[in-house]
Write a protein of this length. Structure first.
Length: 187
């Protein structure tokens, strides 16, 4: 981490966030035979919000995955995971919210973490969620260890996870993201 350049990190993140929000979005929701003008308008707003939330998830993955000692594995990596750190020996499956996965995808994601842990027992394998339902839960929820397929995994939520990753840079990174997203987002 000694060669980590925070200014360059923020510069690259700014460019990434700008490009993310410049990408075209779909603005025609799927057809429903029961649609009315009112329901179509509501669906367009919901689609806009869903696409915004997906972009926020991508931004979090890039923010964490490009931080000192971390690698953003992006889509299609052989592990199926999101973030890896060889220097700090951890692997992460990342979600923006605690309700992002249904039971089936949660099992699949835990399977990927357990497989990685079996192949790399020296790594801490983390199922991480940035946001809970409330501010209090996001700030106060503690990590926990659990077993999946006989393998010990960890679940981190909210501020504790961000502090695990960013340490003393946590607050400055959160503020940078808030300001930069506000600068480029139309929402």
């Amino acid at each position: 981490m000694s060669d980590f350049n925070r200014a360059k990190y923020f510069e690259k993140l700014d460019a990434y966030i700008k490009e993310t929000f410049k990408r075209p979005v779909k603005n025609v929701p799927t057809y429903d035979i029961l649609d009315t003008e009112k329901s179509k308008s509501t669906k367009r707003e919901a689609l806009k919000l869903k696409q915004y939330q997906m972009k926020i998830g991508e931004i979090w993955q890039e923010t964490i995955g490009s931080y000192a000692g971390c690698i953003n594995l992006k889509v299609g990596h052989e592990t199926g995971l999101d973030i890896l750190s060889h220097t700090r020996k951890f692997a992460v499956e990342l979600k923006n919210r605690t309700n992002t996965d249904n039971a089936s995808s949660r099992k699949t994601n835990n399977d990927k973490l357990a497989k990685f842990k079996t192949e790399h027992p020296e790594y801490t394998c983390i199922y991480a969620m940035i946001n809970c339902d409330t501010e209090e839960e996001t700030i106060q929820t503690k990590n926990k260890k659990f077993y999946h397929g006989g393998v010990e995994l960890e679940q981190y939520v909210g501020l504790e996870f961000l502090t695990f990753i960013f340490a003393s840079d946590t607050n400055i990174i959160i503020e940078f993201l808030k300001n930069t997203i506000a600068k480029y987002s139309t929402l």
